[in-house]
Design a binder for this molecule. Structure first.
Ligand SMILES: Cc1ncc(COP(=O)(O)O)c(C=O)c1O
Length: 343
């Protein structure tokens, strides 16, 4: 198996639980729905980055890195989990955060502080477009790496969201896990629904569907920022390259890529009424918390598709919980929920 030859370090508690959303279905009708709990991955409040980091940091160890550098938004889940994973492996980690340094850290940034990065570099964003800010952040990462090299360190850079190959490896195996868990219940998945950010989780799920189910499982992405066209363009660029790296060049991206951009709202991390409704509904029917930036919007998309009769009632639909919970407690997001408080 081409996937098994890649080095991997154990970071998460896998397999993560797969649970049925019976009470949610009781409210909505529609297909049988399940939730794959990658938010319970085992390190620092969990999330989808753990599966990817198992491959990224195995590569860092193989390359004998002495320090890891990574970057992300101030409220990045990726940065939090990279810090936690580095601690677990005894690696130093420097982080470059895009956005202004808040007076009082909350959410992910608070957790980052507790995890204790070797150094934090802020790239202040005032007056910059998102693209400019991303460019400056990348430049800062390169500068930090160069500086560390002059001081005799061997830096390893984990790109924000991890490299597509590492996401693909982690999430192809996740499909294997889901199929195996459902087999024990005598059923098979028909669709997996996930939030779509950088798209490497989606790419991995698609690859896993092709490898382990011959493409029988539909993979449905709910964009949290980019347009459908931009998400598809990125996949068409990354998929052949990842397939080539895995010696799976014969695999082709399906003609139709199922990514929706209708649930983004005004922009990345900007709350929407549908997101709030989804977060509150899951909490009050199933006792499961979603996050406001990724899984809340992805669930809003799933709920809308179910209400519109997109799935047949005999289908089994799996929602991938990719984590992100600390953002619920970020001072940029928490006040959004004040109107929902039942006291
Ligand atoms: C909680 C959460 N869910 C989903 C995603 C999206 O994953 P991907 O970037 O692989 O599309 C992210 C990425 O940052 C995330 O933090």
């Amino acid at each position: 198996m081409q996937l098994a030859r890649f080095p991997r370090v154990r970071l998460g508690s896998f397999p993560t639980p797969l649970e049925e959303l019976g009470r949610l279905r009781g409210c909505l009708g529609g297909p049988r729905m399940f939730i794959k709990r990658d938010d319970l991955g085992g390190l620092a409040l969990g999330g989808n980055k753990l599966r990817k980091l198992e491959y990224a940091l195995a590569e860092a160890l193989e390359e004998k890195a002495t320090v890891v550098i990574t970057s992300g938004a101030v409220q990045s889940n990726h940065v939090r989990l990279t810090l936690a994973a580095c601690n677990r492996l005894g690696l130093k980690c420097e982080v470059v955060l895009r956005g202004d340094r808040p007076n009082t850290p909350s959410g992910n940034l608070l957790v980052d502080g507790i995890l204790g990065p070797a150094k934090v570099h802020f790239v202040e964003g005032a007056g910059l477009t998102r693209e400019e800010l991303l460019r400056r952040t990348e430049a800062q990462v390169a500068e930090v790496a160069a500086d560390l090299r002059t001081r005799g360190e061997r830096p390893y850079v984990v790109p924000n969201g991890c490299a597509p190959i590492h996401g693909a490896l982690g999430y192809a195996w996740c499909v294997f896990e889901i199929v195996d868990q459902m087999r024990q219940w005598g059923i098979t998945p028909d669709a997996i629904v996930t939030a779509y950010g950088t798209g490497s989780t989606y790419l991995g799920l698609l690859l896993g569907s092709l490898l382990f189910t011959g493409g029988a499982v539909r993979v449905i992405g709910m964009s949290v920022s980019a347009s459908r066209a931009a998400c598809e363009a990125r996949l068409r660029q990354n998929f052949p390259e990842v397939a080539r790296q895995l010696d799976l060049g014969h695999l082709a991206l399906p003609q139709e890529v199922e990514v929706f951009d209708a649930y983004v709202g005004p922009g990345y991390a900007v709350p929407t009424p549908q997101m709030k409704e989804a977060v509150v509904l899951l909490a009050r029917t199933e006792g499961i918390l979603l996050d406001p930036v990724y899984t809340g919007k992805a669930m809003a998309g799933l709920l809308d598709l179910v209400k519109r009769g997109f799935f047949r009632s005999e289908e089994n639909v799996v929602f991938l919980h990719t984590g992100g919970i600390p953002a619920l407690f970020a001072d940029t997001q928490a006040p959004e929920f004040h109107t929902e408080l039942a006291f």
